[in-house]
Design a protein around this ligand. Sequence first.
Ligand SMILES: [Zn+2]
Length: 444
Amino acid sequence: MSRAGLYGPWPRLLPLDVAKRSIAVARDIGARIGSDNCLSYTLTGAKGSQSSIRPPLSGLARGYAGLALACGHFDRCFPRECWDEPAHDHLERSIRIIEVQKSSTLGLFGGLCGVAFTAQYLNHRKRYTQLIRSLDALIYKTIPEVLEEYAYDKSHASSEFDLVSGLTGIGVYLLMRKQNENSRTLLKTVLRVLIDQTNLGNFPLGWHTSPESVEGRSLRQMFPDGCVNLGLAHGIPGPLALMAISKQNGVTPRGMNAAMQRLGDWLISCQCSDEWGINWPVAVPVSRSPLSPHQNCRTTPSRGAWCYGAPGIARTLWLLGRAMCCSTYCDCSLAALKAVYSRPYRARQLNSPMFCHGLAGVLQITVRTARDAGLQTLKDSVLELTNRILHAYDRTSVYGFRSEGHGPAADDPSVLEGVAGTALALMSAAVPIEPTWDRLFLIS
Ligand SMILES: [Zn+2]
């Protein structure tokens, strides 16, 4: 069986010369993050480096599990090159850290569900079946405790329900294991909690994060009375994308269609356009009295990234439109993406080649949507974004790219804000293997 046959057809979207350069750069990054020497070098401190060093932790987004995932994807793309060895070593390191800590949260990005997600992704050679069983036993035992605590709380911090640390991320892992009856049952339970939170009469107050639970200083300053978060990473688009993908996979608990429609319509109503078209703020304030949704909605658009802003929301609306067979959501998604690419580069506020709030996340969303919608304009944007990332490649840096954000540039190997995520996105448009790892970001 051909490799494309093994993982499903996945057309290359880039011209051959750019695809070859993307693969060469991704391979260089892979060699660096797959090398013990390189990682121990950063852990002991890179002498003379002008940047801060971010050593990996245990989890999927910022740790060894993510490095294992990246090496595991290289193994799928280049099965004769022994990438399964560094993938295995990194997964072992991740497990060892969890064992030493003796306790771990469930969250997808930093906890047990993320490590289990990686083990499942690497298990195409059936090497980790026993490990997955052990992790599942722990996860299945803990989820009812998490749900009980969730039901007890009257209001929820976004971290309790979001993709990164909350119920949505747990649902992503359960969906990945949907063939297992326990997983399927627990996924339905998680979805029902998210559905109930949506179908309350006082919507969207069920999703309101109180001032003391708003995470991040800048958000707290912007929303002193609390807010409803609109980022795919931390807000309402996360649960909505999970519902849409679950429906596509045949898991549709009662009330989910109505909840999806309500969330989607509300998201569209929160848009704040700028001169290039549809956009969204990072969050909206919701006044508890009188019950008026998003009154005083801030009109300052977010930067256009995966975690916050139009690209993440547009992908969510695309998934919703496809799941509900509703062209309104798909049309809104495509219009929002068109506006993203129309903005001059500076107005997009993306100054990093990394995934979370950088170019790689937007590239991955664009690759998926270009493939789904078959639009040449989106394929052109794939080429533009890829060239911008390749332009940032610096072979003299520790990992090949530096993560630039608010602070000093960082040498970061991780998936979320480091080079592993950049390498994965570069491969998506260049290699004819479906990048199914992007379920972890709710892109597919
Ligand atoms: Zn981010």
